[in-house]
Design a protein around this ligand. Structure first.
Ligand code: PHE
Ligand code: ZN
Length: 883
């Protein structure tokens, strides 16, 4: 069903236009309907009288006719649940105005006017965390995508750029720190209040507005840009958190340096502020000069943050900083262009993290996220192109497709052009569009002009949804090898016919005898099917394809296990080695759950996998970070994705069985590895991180093969841990086992970190994602824990996202997991719609799951759809998911 064109109630009836009843189906917004806004707002002045329960905002807009748009006698200012206190035009009363739905429409007779709008809000009552809200006694804002309209009436769309001057006033004791975008230009005291005036010289769309007031402390540092600008840097947190901000600050300085070196981008204000808040819907937000972060992506020290957390902080700090150019200096014309800033900025943060650490390991992690999250999205009811054609609620389109596939699409252009020519393309893009609200088409056109590539057909990557599948066959005759490639782009909702896309594939052909190849090649498959021939192979070579994951496609190749064992041990592209290991295990698991396997075959496959794994463990050329990647088993979702219809119970059982088998066969090797890595002292370098990664992996294998031994080792690792990675890893293993140590260590962990919200989040998540057979009961009990609250998105996610990703607990055959998630969505929707809607996709997988469970999943979705009142967010996700 094309959801864009058939607005219907969940039961399929057309929506009745009855003004008395709140329309249940929110309108569909379409990309093709874009028109420029009839007015320009060159200057915006705001005055905030701050209070947690009552904030009054006076907004003064200088408006003038937009010469590049069709003239209009009125101006539409968006609002969302706002009460208008007063309105003035040019200092007097208005010729005419009306409230239309949530918006304010004002008649404007002349070519330029000054509008003065007063609104009043209760930030403490804002549980949606959009607009101006209170969090732990501080005030902060979140405006992307459409939160500014919850603060004042304004053309809340990204193509209306304005210069902001903001004066904020509030009680000094309560809000000693007053922050906004740009530079602080004046301050003053009056009685118990104080005020600050901020001016941001860079015109910006309303979604980049931010304001923070609170009792905060800062870590301060400096950065001198390549042009000699002295920039003051601050990371603001609550009092007790200051000693956990060093890594964030170092990451910020590295980001600034890297963007100058790699993309030639310099910072453009004298001040850069980051503020950490504990109630936040997303990871972080790139507001101009005032980034607001989820505490999860700021606070880190070895005692409370894992190595993964450290990497997350560095990556997100980089991401938000890089938005200053890819997003802020050049912004988006409309929200359909979201991938213009997000896809590009994700690519930039990926390249940054690769440069700061291990490039191949970073690539593998990024591909794991893509295949674990984006591929399922692309093959399900919520599939959409990276540049969507329509939406009802834009918050639902901050997806892995827009972000991660968006990054892959830009990465392909870079792969085809080479890094140097790609840089000419991005320079041209920034040059051409600085200060503008641009489109994806503008980006592609600039890359085309700067690199010399012809991207005519490549543009399909922006328009077509679905993960292309490339079938690969290798034929050998005489001394010629022929690689035949055939692509299919699957049908997705609303897109029946697909056209072939250009797919850049890096490949190499290995000589069996020497174990080497004579050079990597890049081939571009741009037709349905094509054959590439390679001469000089007396023997049938071994094909390594989609090296470095050069294209975001799934490869379907007919390859022997023997060749995979070869590639896993010998491929000089680390990604391809990882891929060979994954394919060995995935191939076996898929065959095993498809019920086509006798004991002999099972034994043969397991022997080969163990042989390959053993080679990985014993390869002394490998660093442990990379070794860990090669030891990781393919995730349950990834295996399920290979099957048309999956039985989560069987996949789980086969996957655990393989884990146990490997643990048994390689017990001696794992033990030696554990002993060696256990001696590596704590450090944050690659050696230390690698050792910790491998250690916990060994425990996970042991937990499957020898639970008693694993419990003993894990308890010991837990007690001796001098860092969170080791402690959490050990506790994760223990949480899955029915051992005596389980309860004691869980309790110890809770008591040790009581009051540290981010660590208590881990405590919830560990239990919700555990392999313990009663995990679902644990989730139910944790739901009633005094520390659980629906008001804090991190806490909700820590329990329920972990649960929804736990195949055993969530996909129990009786459907209890599905009912629990539906209950959560219904309860959370009125409190925080954006967060509630993010729990819908796991239920939307029903089409790809065996009949019995599929029916129960649909029932859960239907129950949500029948709720008398649903947010736009949840309504859209549920109706699309029902298909
Ligand atoms: N623009 C933010 C980012 O990519 C994400 C975000 C979206 C944050 C919407 C808040 C709200 O980094
Ligand atoms: Zn972003």
């Amino acid at each position: 069903m094309d959801i864009a064109r058939t607005p219907a109630t969940p039961d399929g009836n057309p929506v009745m236009a009855d003004a008395a009843i709140e329309p249940k189906a929110p309108p569909v917004i379409r990309r093709e309907d874009y028109t420029p806004f009839p007015w320009l707002i060159p200057a915006t002045r705001m005055e905030f009288e701050l209070g947690l329960e009552k904030t009054r905002i006076t907004t003064t807009l200088n408006v003038e006719r937009n010469p590049d748009a069709a003239a209009s006698p009125t101006i539409r200012l968006n609002g969302d649940g706002l009460a208008l206190v007063s309105l003035a035009c040019d200092g007097g009363s208005c010729d005419g105005h009306m409230i239309d739905g949530d918006d304010l429409v004002v008649t404007l007779p002349g070519d330029r006017h000054v509008l003065t709008i007063v609104t009043e809000l209760d930030p403490s009552d804002n549980s949606q965390l959009m607009g101006l809200y209170a969090s732990n006694g501080m005030l902060c804002t979140q405006c992307e995508a459409e939160g500014f309209r919850r603060i004042t009436f304004f053309p809340d769309r990204p193509d209306v750029l304005s210069t902001y001057t903001v004066r904020m006033r509030g009680p000094r004791a309560q809000f000693p720190v007053l922050l906004c975008n740009g530079n602080r230009v004046a301050t003053g005291e009056d009685g118990n209040s104080h005020w600050a005036e901020w001016h941001d010289p860079w015109p910006k769309p309303s979604y980049l507005f931010a304001l923070v007031a609170g009792d905060l402390v800062a870590r301060t540092d400096h950065f001198t840009t390549m042009g000699g600008r002295e920039v003051e840097l601050n990371v603001y947190v609550r009092e007790g958190d200051l000693d956990r901000t060093e890594h964030a600050m170092e990451s910020l300085k590295r980001s600034m340096q890297w963007d100058e070196e790699v993309f030639g981008r310099e910072y453009d204000l004298d001040l850069f502020n980051i503020v950490a808040v504990s109630d936040f819907n997303m990871g972080a937000m790139e507001n101009k000069g005032l980034n607001v972060f989820n505490t999860k992506y700021v606070l880190a020290d070895p005692e409370t943050a894992t190595d993964g957390d450290y990497d997350g902080v560095e990556g997100v700090i980089g991401h938000e900083y890089f938005h200053n150019w890819s997003g802020n200096r050049v912004t988006c014309r409309d929200w359909f262009q979201l991938s213009l800033k997000e896809g590009f900025t994700v690519l930039r943060d990926q390249l940054f993290s690769a440069d700061m650490g291990s490039e191949p390991v970073k690539r593998i992690e990024d591909v794991r996220v893509l295949r674990g999250v984006q591929f399922p999205e692309d093959s399900g009811p919520l599939a959409h192109p990276i540049r969507p054609d329509s939406y009802r609620e834009i918050s639902n389109f901050y997806t892995s497709t827009v972000y991660n596939k968006g990054a892959e699409v830009i990465r392909m252009m870079r792969t085809m052009a080479g890094a140097e020519r790609f840089r000419r393309g991005t320079d041209l893009y920034f040059d051409r569009h600085d200060g503008e609200a641009a489109t994806c088409e503008d980006f592609v056109a600039a890359i085309e002009a700067g690199t010399g590539l012809d991207l005519t057909q490549f543009r399909l990557w922006y328009a077509q949804a679905g993960t292309p599948k490339v079938a690969v066959t290798l034929a050998h005759e005489g001394d010629t090898a022929r690689v035949k490639l055939t692509q299919t782009v699957p049908a997705t909702p609303g897109q029946g016919d697909k056209h072939p896309m250009p797919i850049p594939l890096k490949l190499a052909l290995f000589d069996r005898a020497s174990g080497t190849h004579s050079g990597e090649q890049l081939v571009v498959l741009d037709k349905d099917s094509a054959e590439f021939t390679f001469d000089g192979f007396a023997q049938r070579p071994i094909l390594s394809i989609n090296r470095t994951f050069s294209a975001p496609v799934s490869i379907d190749r007919d390859v022997s296990r023997e060749d995979l064992v070869f590639l896993a041990a010998k491929d000089d592209d680390p990604f391809a080695r990882y891929e060979a290991m994954q394919e060995l295990m995935t191939g076996h698991l898929v065959a095993a759950v498809s019920g086509e396997m006798d004991d002999g075959e099972r034994e043969a496959a397991r022997t080969d996998i163990a042989q390959a794994m053993r080679a990985v463990i014993e390869d002394d050329q490998l660093d442990d970070l990379m070794r860990g990647e090669l030891m990781v088993m393919p995730g349950q979702t990834y295996v399920a994705e290979q099957l048309l219809v999956a039985d989560p119970g069987r996949i789980h059982a086969e996957r655990e069985a393989l884990k146990a088998d490997l643990g048994t066969r390689l017990a001696a090797q794992f033990e030696a590895l554990y002993e060696r890595t256990g001696k590596v002292p704590f450090s944050l370098d690659a050696q230390g991180k690698g050792a910790r990664k491998v250690k916990t992996l060994v425990l996970a294998y042991a937990a499957a093969s020898d639970p008693a031994k694993a419990a003993e080792l894990a308890a010991h690792q837990y007690d001796g841990a001098d860092n969170m990675t080791d402690r959490q890893g050990a506790l994760m293993v223990l949480a899955g086992l029915d051992s005596a140590a389980r309860t004691g260590k869980l309790l110890d962990f809770y008591n040790r970190y009581a009051g540290n919200a981010l660590v208590i989040d881990k405590w919830f998540a560990l239990q919700a994602s555990s392999l313990h057979p009663h995990a679902i009961e644990h989730v139910k009990a944790l739901r009633e824990h005094p520390d659980f609250t629906l008001k804090n998105p991190n806490r909700v996610r820590s329990l329920y996202m972990a649960f929804a990703a736990n195949p055993q607990a969530f996909h129990g055959a009786d459907g209890e997991g599905y009912r629990m998630l539906a209950d959560l969505i219904l309860e959370l929707d009125p409190i925080n719609a954006q967060t509630a809607a993010r729990f819908v996709p796991p239920l939307g997988r029903w089409q790809r799951i065996e009949e019995g469970r599929a029916k129960l999943m649909r029932e859960a979705l239907e129950r949500i759809a029948k709720a008398p009142k649903l947010s736009r967010d949840t309504y859209e996700q549920v109706t699309r998911s029902l298909g």
